[in-house]
Design a protein around this ligand. Sequence first.
Ligand code: HEC
Length: 199
Amino acid sequence: MTKKFGAGLALGIIGTILVAIAIWLTLAYTGAYNVAASTQHADPVRWTFDTTMRRSVASRAGGVELPATVSEDVLAEGAGHYAESCAHCHGTPGGEPAEWSRGMRPEPPHLVEAATEWTPEEIYWIVENGIKMSGMPAFGGHHSSEEMVALTGFVSALPGLTADDYATLTGSADGSAEQTPSPATGEPDGEPQPETPVE
Ligand code: HEC
């Protein structure tokens, strides 16, 4: 009786594995899954990627150690790196991301809001390692840990910053402004504004 049950269970497990392999190979080889970024991921696919990503980051960020406080200078350094490397995908306080980034799947989230969902350690880990299959690059290979600490401090502070704070931190109309709309009008900064840099 128990032997029969054991054999049945083993057959059931093998059958399930074979069906899973068949589904996996069918999906990969037949072209059934639409990879076009012009359509959204199906909800179960998006859920799987998002949940896998969040759990993966949470379980790996534990080893990150950050300074307890961030000085205004470090914050300004982080803002500069952000304007240069992140703003076109993730937006700024009062500024939208570049139009082309809205065509990415997943769409890079507006970090002024999304940064509240992550601890500073998780933000550092994401910046250093990036996120596979999403377009979020790894910056660890070409940014020093000091630069990533500054970026982390800035991204963690982002949700509390106004457009004016951001302009002050980045030294006003530097190169980043061409990527983001003017906070005052909501219109893209077509022409350079004759503003005096806040320095
Ligand atoms: C080419 C576009 C691109 C650039 C440049 C980029 N990111 Fe991302 N980033 C993404 C995408 C896409 C995701 C969403 C990943 C996902 O949801 O699986 C993401 C996710 C994140 C997240 C997690 C937020 C969330 O809720 O999903 C953080 C934090 C982040 N990026 C920080 C940064 C920082 C800081 C920089 C600059 C150093 C940066 N990114 C540069 C595309 C980009």
